[in-house]
Design a protein around this ligand. Structure first.
Ligand code: AMP
Ligand code: GLY
Length: 439
């Protein structure tokens, strides 16, 4: 049966009603959210899925509500009794307290409270937290006074890393090789306010060497379950050149990260973080993302995120064999210790197709072709897309993410790159070296 819903002045969609099961609202509209939705659809307990906003390729009921339109989201959930779960995926609505507000109104929401999400939305808070609980991370100073920040940057070893305290789309981190660069970075962040209020405070920290790993965990306040490790590629161009982006491709698991390293990380980082947040009176419930730098056999925390990573999720979640809806339930109810979570041991890899110019300016509205020619051995996660006359058009910097899994990375990579070659849109670019060192 066709269903037509209007919300405010917006027209929502026409689609089949899946009458059984609980309806879900997903907050966000990128590739990560698409991967969450796809996995939720595998659950027999899930009915219709709504998006705030979702996107044209995700196949959700689009509400026309943006991810940070907190009051509208609250109203929407309050007037749709069939929605039994809201999944808050992006950082902004978490930092605005959406989960707290939904919970206060009696709704089930997946994600940390504003107080727990502070591990992501304030780097100064995260660093002070790590120092207090002895969690390994780079040495640092945090400053709200520009002159004190500059005085600190004039001493100490080089290179040095200057970070805006608040959320800055992953762009508020500047690696400085000279003191002049460090002073200029402090000016950009604190004086010119390049990242707005996110730059009211800066963190200045020691540069760490090694390799980077993303470790994500489901956390229910008290218990945690680790997901397979993954490895993002943040720079825009091959060979880790070009500007920092939201992420251009990721693989999972990360072969260099051994079982021993995992055990060390659980003991020295994950457990003290989960327990520390209980001591702080802000138990963490949701997905906790540890951005790690591994030097030999020592992992250190570069950053926390209070959510699934993008594009790590598009490689990690396809490996999940258990019911994601049940996991979300267990996280909300604090019963994660009572369930087993199973993962495939296949190798998973994804590559992001972006609009030329990203992460700076780029064109929108270019027709995307070739999606109908893709093989069954890949999945496509939609991000910056809208509806075109004959299919989809580009509507963002990161447009699509093509993912595959196989017994070997070599095979998964071949599936991905063979299929990417069939997709076209104006100015499309992607990295050719994702997982290039893996077999
Ligand atoms: P963050 O958002 O804090 O994870 O920083 C973004 C990226 O900057 C990281 O993924 C690293 O590549 C790099 N980075 C951040 N902090 C450091 C550090 N202390 N040493 C070396 N690289 C860093
Ligand atoms: N891929 C990095 C992030 O989601 O923050």
């Amino acid at each position: 049966m066709d269903k037509k819903i209007t919300y405010g002045s917006r027209y929502i969609d026409l689609r089949e009603i899946k009458s059984d099961g609980d309806d879900v609202l997903i907050v966000g509209g990128g590739g990560r959210e698409h991967a969450i939705v796809k996995k939720l659809r595998e659950s027999a307990r899930v009915g219709d899925i709504y998006g705030a906003p979702g996107n044209a390729g995700m196949d959700v009921i689009e509400t026309g509500i943006g991810a940070t339109e907190i009051d509208k989201i609250l109203r929407f959930v309050s007037t749709h009794d069939n929605i039994k779960l809201t999944v808050v995926a992006p950082d902004d609505p978490l930092s605005m307290g959406l989960v707290d507000k939904l919970a206060a109104a009696g709704h089930r929401a997946f994600g940390p409270t504003k107080a727990a999400a502070k591990l992501e939305w304030s780097k100064a808070y995260a660093k002070a937290f790590m120092k207090k609980y002895g969690i390994p991370t780079a040495d640092y100073g945090a400053f709200t006074d520009i002159e004190k920040a500059k005085a600190f940057a004039k001493n100490g070893a080089l290179p040095v890393v200057v970070k805006a305290d608040g959320l800055a789309l992953g762009k508020g981190v500047i690696i400085c090789n000279t003191r002049e660069e460090a002073l200029a970075a402090i000016d950009e962040i604190m004086h010119d306010k390049k990242f707005g209020a996110a730059g009211n405070e800066v963190v200045i920290e020691q540069f760490l060497t090694g390799y980077e790993v993303s470790l994500l965990a489901f956390v229910d306040g008290q218990h945690y379950k680790l997901m397979p490790t993954s490895c993002d590629h943040k720079r825009a161009l091959d060979g880790d050149k070009g500007l920092n982006t939201g992420g251009m491709g990721a693989y999972a698991p990360c072969p260099a990260f051994t079982r021993e390293l995992l055990e060390v990380t659980a003991k020295t980082i994950v457990e003290p973080t989960v327990n520390g947040m209980i001591s702080e009176g802000a138990p963490f419930k949701g997905v906790l993302y540890f951005g790690l730098m591994v030097d030999g056999d020592t992992p250190r925390v570069l950053e926390y995120n209070a959510r699934f990573g993008d594009p790590e999720t598009q490689s990690v979640l396809p490996l999940l064999r258990s019911d994601l809806y049940e996991i979300f339930d267990a996280v909300i109810d604090g019963t994660l210790d009572g369930i087993d979570i199973e993962w495939s041991d296949k190798k998973s890899i994804n590559v992001v197709l972006a609009s030329g110019g990203y992460p700076l300016g780029y064109k929108k509205g270019c027709e995307i072709s070739g999606l109908d020619k893709l093989d069954n051995n890949v999945d496509v996660y939609f991000a910056g897309v809208s509806r075109g006359e004959n299919g989809f058009k580009t509507n963002g910097g990161r447009v699509l993410c093509v993912q595959a899994m196989a017994d070997t990375f070599a095979q998964a990579k071949k599936y991905v790159y063979d299929n990417i070659a069939k997709i076209e849109f104006d100015d499309c670019f992607y990295r050719k070296d994702i997982g290039s060192k893996l077999n």
